[in-house]
Design a protein around this ligand. Structure first.
Ligand code: ZN
Length: 471
């Protein structure tokens, strides 16, 4: 998508030259940091990984930020995982910036699909592969690099080491959707109210080399639908053709969620919204998504409308017998987990209720339908008119050698943004991060471009320096 980049002749300002040189010199340490933290399999699901690994990761994060003079500690959040949280007061009259990231990672999915071991940071063709390399451990090490570059040779304990104050929050179970930090923040709002600016470093760049501030996020809610029809499974030869088949019923129900074109067709879920910001090119999308030759983009509207302005639904999983080992039987029960994404401007509870009502309404053959829903993730829309937004936008442009910073929507959901906006409505919240479309976050063979870590860390350091200098 580099055709989207708008570059003007660039003469780097003096602070860009100076801090840029420091960040360049710090890159070997950044890569060591990333190697160490990626090596700890911090999946916050005790069914997958021993929780001791998450504690080990939390301790690594704590020690790294303590070294930089941020007085953090392990803080238990309501789900029993630890966030690494701390506050370093601002110099007199200077603002405080909340730096957010998370140190937990997604499960690795199919290990055989990984071309190198998921917890061993591995370089291939200039990219660094490993689970969490981009989401979000790459952002974590970018925060560390920015802090180191800012204080340069000043001792971390020196009160004058930094031009601004910090609240540091490294969450320990972001990928689990348990809203644990959200509940912690609601119970401990004072800490979060100290921030004048909140950098949620868990988004990413619209294209490699194009600095991006994410200004809109879809909310999300998961719905599980379970269909039952028989007391037990039945021989498909003896009973098939007459007995109500729970799996066939579920397939019919799921098929009604979209029309032939691919647009959602659930009554009460509107799908005609239009995205006002940067366009997402058709070819770029095909390439970013890795669409196979001959496949068509589904649904109507432009790509940006579909990704950032409209709701969507994805079937995340289906409970049904596996192909290998399947027997000739009619299924008495089947279930699916659906993921509903909700754009700014829509009410996630209303869309969830519309989906659930639809599933009950279209169930065929009198089958029993039960539904349950997960936590509601509300959509987010950033205020882009604040001073910090402009300051950060300019700092990123300088860090990216003059490439204009763009604003885009984010496909994912970060419910914490809404919680923080509720607790501290005065603070400016901006979202950015090191992943690019090639990062394949949440998928196998996740990777990061180390240049994106370098440039984001530089942009962050420049922003913090300039913010402090303005005070
Ligand atoms: Zn993340």
């Amino acid at each position: 998508m580099t055709d989207e980049a708008v570059q003007t002749p660039f003469t780097p300002p003096a602070d860009r030259v100076e801090i840029g040189a420091r960040i360049d010199a710090l890159m070997p340490q950044v890569l060591t940091d990333l190697t160490e933290i990626v090596a700890i399999p911090s999946i916050a699901d005790e069914r997958v990984v021993d929780p001791a690994e998450c504690v080990r990761a939390a301790e690594w994060v704590r020690d790294a930020f303590l070294t930089e003079g941020i007085p953090v500690e392990l803080t238990e959040t309501p789900d029993g995982t630890y966030a690494v949280i701390g506050h370093r007061p601002a110099p007199a009259g200077a603002p405080t910036v909340l730096l957010y990231c998370h140190y937990d990672v997604q499960p690795i999915l199919d290990e055989h699909e990984w071309l190198s071991p998921p917890f061993e940071l591995t370089e291939r063709d200039g990219r660094l592969y490993g689970r969490g390399s981009a989401d979000c451990k790459g952002n974590l090490v970018a925060h560390l690099a920015a802090l180191r570059a800012l204080r340069a040779d000043t001792a971390a304990t020196d009160p004058a080491a930094y031009p601004v104050g910090f609240v540091l929050v490294a969450e320990g179970s972001e990928e689990q959707g348990r809203a644990s930090l959200d509940r912690y923040a609601e119970a401990n709002p004072e800490l979060f109210r100290k921030a004048d600016v909140i950098l949620i470093q868990d988004a990413g760049n619209f294209a490699n080399g194009v600095p991006t501030l994410t200004t809109s996020l879809r909310g999300a809610v998961d719905v599980v639908v379970e269909v039952s029809a028989l007391e037990a499974s039945l021989h498909s030869g003896e009973f098939g053709g007459a007995a109500p088949d729970a799996l066939a019923a579920l397939i019919r129900m799921l098929a009604t969620l979209r029309d032939e074109r691919g647009d959602l067709s659930v009554p009460g879920i509107p799908t005609d919204q239009v995205w006002p910001g940067v366009e997402y090119g058709e070819d770029a999308f095909r390439s970013d998504a890795g669409m196979l030759d001959g496949t068509e983009r589904i649904g109507s509207g432009a790509v940006a409308d579909q990704l950032w302005a409209r709701p969507t639904l994805t079937v995340l999983g289906i409970d049904a017998p596996r192909v290998v080992g399947a027997v000739a039987a009619i299924q008495p029960r089947a279930a699916a987990k659906l993921n509903l994404r909700v754009p700014p401007g829509a009410d996630p509870a209303a869309l969830r209720d519309a989906l659930i009502a639809h599933l009950h309404a279209i169930a065929p053959w009198g089958v029993k339908v039960e539904t349950s829903a997960g936590e509601l993730g509300h959509p987010f829309s950033a205020d882009t008119t604040g001073e910090s937004f402009t300051l950060l936008s300019d700092a990123l442009t300088d860090a990216y050698d003059g490439v204009a910073t763009v604003t885009s929507g984010g496909g994912g959901s970060i419910p914490l943004t809404n919680v923080l906006a509720g607790i501290n409505p005065e603070a400016e919240i901006v979202l950015l991060g090191v992943p690019d479309p090639e990062s394949r976050i949440h998928s196998t063979n996740e990777s990061v471009d180390p240049n994106e870590i370098r440039r984001i860390a530089l942009g962050e350091a420049l922003f913090l320096q300039r913010l402090g200098a303005r005070a």
